[in-house]
Design a protein around this ligand. Structure first.
Ligand SMILES: Cc1cc2nc3c(=O)[nH]c(=O)nc-3n(C[C@H](O)[C@H](O)[C@H](O)COP(=O)(O)OP(=O)(O)OC[C@H]3O[C@@H](n4cnc5c(N)ncnc54)[C@H](O)[C@@H]3O)c2cc1C
Length: 429
């Protein structure tokens, strides 16, 4: 461990912590990443994460797409159908002049690729502490003192900025003085992969059922990933059902869209919780990812939103270091938080509105939803905006998402300035 302060110390090596590490080190920043879990601990995560086009640009720029080329599946349209009424919406990438809305990446494979990419970073720029815990933090005038306990013993290290990206369940946030407001949606997600007789190709399907959305996402090897939301009280029943009963329940909701369903894989359950930590930063400690905010996965936006945050934070940290400034200074963290708050609130509000309008079984609700969906279908500019939002390309984008290079701090780990990456890498059909 080094005596000079790290530019950034990241607590939590999930997708958010790993991506921030990769983005900062790529520009030449010095980073320490701490996670109590061993590498590979999340390899069996069955979820298919829908990554928007803008997120894929970042994954590509950080060398992750190259590690995932065999398992990513493109999505060029989303069909949303209401089980409780006649409403249907079809959002096509072409409605906004795009080829794709994004790609689906198996969550376990994504985590594995991120962990491998972090492990490959040059040791003079990235210190990786797996199996370690942060036990205390103390804000000092020019840096934050962070105490770490792990297989190599105890150490206290200084860092100018500390990012808490330890997910939505870690107790560290409360211990470090943040307040958590949380409210359950009374729903849980059950995830599994299976093989349908009729594969939807590049189309994602979302059926709005009274117990929550049922999503179908393309997966490798002719399979699809199913994310079925159920009432929280029904989670253990849904996990305990026999395969035949489980598939019959899905067929009842999907109709004939996928034909016969075969070879369902293991099911995993995820409680769905809305949570917000406040304040978003204090001292030199900044919250990011699920540690900051969680909301319903109905729009597949949680990690996509965090990737936009990561791009903006990287830009802010690199600008501070490039100017010889302090990336953990109050003014910088305040400016970053203000810059990102609108996108964060809009994204969470859209997810909550979709949850609220689809989980109410009031008289005439199905017809009201059908009328709303018909209006969207008829209004091309609105449809275009929804498509751009699904692709992560709405609003003002941070430079990394536009494919624009950031200044390098020194020669950088790869010995050259990063290339602009506005085009997506080629993907097999
Ligand atoms: C069912 C479901 C489907 C989803 N689908 C999508 C989707 O399609 N698209 C999308 O964009 N988003 C999706 N999301 C949201 C996405 O999963 C989250 O936004 C994302 O996982 C958040 O990443 P994170 O790194 O912040 O947290 P996590 O993934 O929770 O990772 C936290 C990390 O912190 C570590 N940690 C825990 N405690 C400590 C500690 N004390 N010290 C240090 N480290 C610690 C953990 O080991 C872990 O590595 C979905 C969520 C759910 C539940």
């Amino acid at each position: 461990m080094r005596a000079a302060p790290y530019d950034c110390l990241i607590i939590g090596g999930g997708p958010v912590g790993c991506l921030l590490t990769l983005a900062l080190v790529r520009q030449g920043a010095r980073v320490l990443l701490v996670d109590p879990q061993a590498a590979g601990a999340r390899a069996d995560d069955q979820r298919g994460l829908a990554m928007a086009t803008a997120s894929i640009r970042v994954l590509d720029a950080l060398g992750i797409c190259a590690r995932l080329s065999g398992v990513m599946r493109p999505v060029d349209s989303i069909l949303v159908a209401d089980q409780g009424g006649p409403g249907v919406i079809l959002l096509r990438a072409g409605d906004a002049g795009l080829d794709e809305l994004g790609r689906v990446v198996p969550a376990g494979a994504l985590q594995g690729a991120l962990e491998a990419a972090v492990a490959d970073l040059p040791g003079d720029l990235c210190d990786l502490r797996r199996g370690a815990q942060v036990t205390a933090v103390a804000c000092e005038p020019a840096s934050m003192r962070v105490e770490i306990e792990g297989p190599e013993g105890r150490a206290a290290v200084p860092a100018r900025l500390v990012v808490l990206a330890d997910g939505g369940r870690s107790p560290l946030r409360e211990r470090f003085g943040f307040q958590i407001d949380s409210a359950p949606y009374a729903q849980a997600a059950v995830v599994c992969t299976l093989t349908p007789a009729r594969h939807p190709g590049r189309r994602a399907i979302e059926v709005l059922t009274r117990s929550g959305p049922l999503a179908v996402l393309p997966a490798p090897e002719g399979r699809v990933t199913i994310v079925r939301c159920v009432a929280s009280t029904d989670l253990s029943d849904a996990l305990g059902q026999g395969d035949r009963e489980w598939c019959a329940g899905l067929t009842a909701l999907l109709g004939r869209r996928l034909g016969a369903l075969a070879a369902p894989g293991p099911r995993q359950g995820y409680p769905i919780v809305q949570s917000l930590a406040t304040p978003a930063w204090r001292g030199r400690l900044l919250l990011l990812g699920a540690a900051l905010r969680t909301f319903h996965p109905n729009g597949a936006q949680g990690l996509n939103l965090s990737i936009r945050d990561i791009a903006a934070l990287t830009e802010a940290v690199v600008a501070a270091l490039h100017a010889g400034g302090d990336p953990g200074a109050d003014l910088r963290l305040d400016a970053f938080t203000r810059e990102r708050i609108v996108d964060q609130r809009i994204t969470a509000t859209l997810a909550n509105t979709l949850w609220w309008t689809t989980s109410r079984d009031l008289p005439g609700a199905g017809l009201a939803r059908a009328a709303g969906m018909a209006a969207i279908n008829l209004c091309a500019p609105l449809k275009q905006r929804l498509v751009l939002r699904a692709a992560g390309l709405a609003g003002t984008l941070p430079r990394l998402l536009r494919g624009a290079p950031l200044p390098m701090l020194g020669p950088g780990p790869y010995g050259h300035a990063p290339q602009a990456t506005s085009a997506l890498p080629k993907q097999p059909a």
